[in-house]
Ligand binder design. Structure first.
Ligand SMILES: Nc1ncnc2c1ncn2[C@@H]1O[C@H](COP(=O)(O)OP(=O)(O)OP(=O)(O)O)[C@@H](O)[C@H]1O
Ligand SMILES: NCC(=O)N[C@@H]1O[C@H](COP(=O)([O-])[O-])[C@@H](O)[C@H]1O
Ligand SMILES: [Mg+2]
Length: 393
């Protein structure tokens, strides 16, 4: 039970990270009459454009973030990115604030080391072999143990930032330099992972709600340079692969606990399902659910965190999503080609409204529904090819 926004009994939700995923969470929260507050590092971030109020804060600065939270007294603190002062959230939770799904899960998953050690060493989930390194010399030792090719990633990063593949020893300088300079935080520890030659990779969106754990049908996706290009749902799996996938998703989400939606990333090979990583929040590849499911991943997240029931997950039909990434850097860009993109049947475009384009930054997504996942992929790709990010003259 709660009152309308701005009233004494309003339910206040604060999102920490105001990108495209947070924007959809805020929109869904508003559909349920929740008062919404968006926080991010820059002005006019996508979720700020639709929230009741916004704050611009470096969320890795524990004091600055604590001030905003204490002033607003949100009922639900909903992290949307990894790079947050999560240790401070542990304190706030101990003082009675609610962090989604909980402060420990947020803290463990902000850092690849925390979640990888938990998954592999405590829960014994199958993962790629891995080592950690703090220096260039340790990186070389780690690579000797893991073998080539391998993937090197800063422990705190996302969307592939700072990540690269090391194929020969001649690449070591370059991958070290990339990890040190191109992550979301500079100068970090790295994880070195054996390169898994997977058949496919999937996300299992898993919702922990008041009436139990639910799994969305598997989402297949394709990534380039560690960043998602397209996703589709449902993704075909054998019965054994799907059972193993759900078992991994259940094991890791039960361990993390709390209410909310998680994106469980898995690599599928002929005989193994590998755990890769988990987001304790909606996932970029899950944007496809805005086209395919009766309740998108964002609607499911909001329902779950409000403690509301989820009786079932309904797939309306096959669909696909295709990311639109900027080819240019500009603080004055425009989007052209929408009309041509929207001539394709069963297709929608979401423009995130990010105020600035940088090369490779995701600015929009195309969503298509069709008779099969492959047809939806084709429609989404062809609509995406019509959309151009251009500088203003
Ligand atoms: N060990 C590996 N073997 C093969 N491919 C890998 C491996 N690790 C990562 N990749 C590829 O790189 C992609 C991004 O990796 P990962 O999910 O770890 O990075 P991320 O920066 O957290 O990305 P995101 O935030 O988008 O989930 C994976 O989806 C996969 O395509
Ligand atoms: N893979 C994680 C992911 O997709 N996160 C999404 O990207 C935003 C950051 O975008 P930006 O780097 O363009 O500001 C985040 O705020 C989140 O919405
Ligand atoms: Mg990932």
């Amino acid at each position: 039970m709660y009152g309308p926004p701005s009233h004494p009994h309003a339910k206040r939700l604060m999102i920490l990270g105001a990108g495209e995923l947070g924007k959809e969470v805020i929109l869904e929260a508003q559909r349920l009459g929740v008062e919404t507050i968006a926080v991010d590092r820059y002005a006019n971030a996508p979720a700020m454009q639709v929230a009741h109020r916004a704050y611009i804060v470096d969320m890795r600065d524990a004091d600055a973030l604590r001030n905003v939270i204490e002033n607003e007294q949100p009922h639900l603190i909903v992290p949307e990115i990894e790079a947050i002062a999560t240790e401070m959230l542990l304190d706030l939770e101990a003082r009675g604030f609610t962090v989604i799904p909980n402060a420990r899960a947020t803290n463990l998953t902000m850092d690849r080391e925390g979640i990888r050690r938990l998954a592999a060493e405590q829960l014994h989930l199958p993962t790629a072999n891995y080592q950690f390194a703090d220096t260039r010399a340790e990186l070389e030792q780690a690579i000797a143990k893991v073998g080539l090719p391998c993937v090197v990633k800063p422990v705190m990063s996302s969307s592939g930032k700072g990540q690269s593949v090391c194929r020969t020893l001649a690449d070591v300088d370059k991958v070290w330099e990339t990890a040190q300079t191109a992550g979301r935080v500079q100068g970090q520890r790295v994880i070195v992972e054996a390169f898994i030659q997977f058949e496919s990779e999937i996300t299992v969106l898993t919702v922990r709600s008041v009436n139990g754990t639910h799994f969305c049908p598997a989402i297949g996706h394709r990534q380039e340079n560690g960043d998602y290009i397209e996703s589709w749902q449902p993704h075909p799996l054998t019965a054994v692969q799907w059972e193993k996938s759900k078992e991994i998703a259940r094991t890791i989400t039960d361990e993390l606990g709390g209410y909310g939606l998680f994106g469980v990333e898995l690599f599928i090979t002929a005989d193994t399902v590998y755990f890769s990583e988990i987001s304790p929040r909606p996932h970029d590849t899950g944007m496809v659910t805005m086209a395919t499911q009766a309740q998108s991943e964002f609607a499911l997240h909001v329902r779950a965190i409000l403690g509301l029931p989820i009786p079932e997950i309904t797939l309306l039909g096959p669909g696909a999503s295709h990311a639109i990434k900027s080819p240019i850097a500009s603080n004055n860009y425009q989007v052209d080609g929408l009309a041509a993109a929207l001539t394709i049947p069963g297709t929608d475009v979401r423009l995130f409204g990010k105020p600035e384009a940088t090369v490779g930054r995701r600015l929009a997504v195309v969503l298509s529904r069709a008779a099969t996942p492959d047809a939806a992929r084709e429609h989404a790709a062809s609509a995406a090819s019509e959309i151009r990010i251009v500088p203003s003259v």
